[in-house]
Unconditional design. Structure first.
Length: 154
């Protein structure tokens, strides 16, 4: 990877967005796994009536792993910039550091997750809007020229 003069403010903004998402999902997903009836988060299980789920266990596991653990791993990868061969295999842009591509994936996953969640529970809450904007902000930050330049492989 080409080393330029350190990370820009935009790089740290992307890292911060991923960190906020990851920590929030670890706590939220963990609470749903520990309390599949939703009581820890004061969520009534009946909001799942029109969904394929009877408890919050499976959605909690997905939230914890995919939007919790994965973004936290990407945070460390964006900071330390170490090669990970199996992750590189999923890199759609071979001219960019693999964690940059995975950062985009997380933004898409978050937007899809929230959209499906709103559809399944037939409701839109402020938290949904906030997380849609976080997903969009991750996408925008990933495509900022200074971020692209920093994570370019040259």
């Amino acid at each position: 990877m080409k080393k330029n003069n350190g990370k820009t403010f935009s790089c740290y903004a992307l890292i911060t967005l991923q960190f906020i998402l990851g920590i929030g999902a670890l706590f939220g997903g963990g609470a749903l796994v520990l309390s599949p009836d939703g009581t820890l988060l004061h969520m009534p299980v009946d909001i799942l009536n029109d969904s394929p789920f009877h408890s919050f266990l499976f959605p909690g596991l997905i939230l914890f792993l995919v939007l919790g653990v994965y973004p936290v791993l990407i945070v460390f990868s964006l900071i330390y910039e170490k090669p990970v061969h199996f992750a590189e295999w999923l890199n759609f842009d071979k001219d960019a550091f693999w964690a940059w591509s995975h950062s985009l994936y997380i933004g898409f996953i978050l937007i899809i997750w929230i959209t499906v969640q709103m559809y399944l529970i037939h409701d839109i809450a402020l938290i949904h809007v906030v997380y849609i904007f976080i997903g969009l902000a991750i996408q925008v930050a990933s495509f900022l020229p200074s971020v692209r330049k920093h994570y370019a492989l040259l």
